[in-house]
Design a binder for this molecule. Structure first.
Ligand code: ABN
Length: 171
């Protein structure tokens, strides 16, 4: 019976006879290139976004799920050239607004938030956010937020909405 040593030696010799140094280097090169390109291949990273949706406190003010937008109805000004508290250039905040109370999971407190519409340009169309927490149906107009708060502005064109924190809500 042939020993394992003999078997290994013979198969190594047979491989060496069949393989040139050049082809070995080519195979090694292919292996290294493949390994280097592996991180560039398309991957499904959607699970990360889904994980963030499950943790609203991880999102910023340009996300509809951000805590202080809990009663908003409109386009987020942060996606329209302004910020979550400042109207975009060329628009003016409405003096009348919708008021909501939102819970901040970051500090566990409730805050009074004013949703002012920014007026003077046509609808922004970006980041529509319609959360309307505790809003009542249209047949109770004083408790319904589906209104153009630019109605009292010189230019009544609605553009987007800001969420301005007015203060902590007392229990
Ligand atoms: N408050 C935003 C808005 C504007 C026009 C119509 C409905 C809602």
């Amino acid at each position: 019976m042939r020993s394992i040593d003999e078997l290994c030696e013979n198969s190594a010799r047979a491989l060496a006879q069949r393989t040139s140094r050049r082809s070995l280097l080519a195979a090694l090169g292919q292996l290294l290139t493949g390994a280097a390109l592996l991180p560039l291949l398309p991957m499904d990273r959607a699970h990360r976004a889904r994980a963030d949706e499950a943790r609203p406190e991880a999102l910023g003010p340009d996300s509809c799920q951000y805590w202080k937008h809990c009663a908003i109805d409109g386009f987020l000004c942060a996606c329209c050239g302004g910020s979550s508290t400042a109207c975009p250039p060329g628009t003016a905040p409405s003096p009348i607004s919708w008021i909501g109370t939102c819970h901040n999971p970051g500090d566990g407190r409730d805050y009074i938030v004013s949703y002012n519409d920014c007026c003077g340009k046509t609808s922004c169309g970006n980041c529509e956010c319609n959360r309307n927490e505790r809003e009542k149906p249209m047949y109770r107009p004083s408790r319904n937020n589906d209104l153009n708060w630019c109605m009292a502005n010189a230019n009544v064109n609605y553009h987007c909405t800001v969420s301005v924190i007015l203060g902590v809500a007392n229990k």
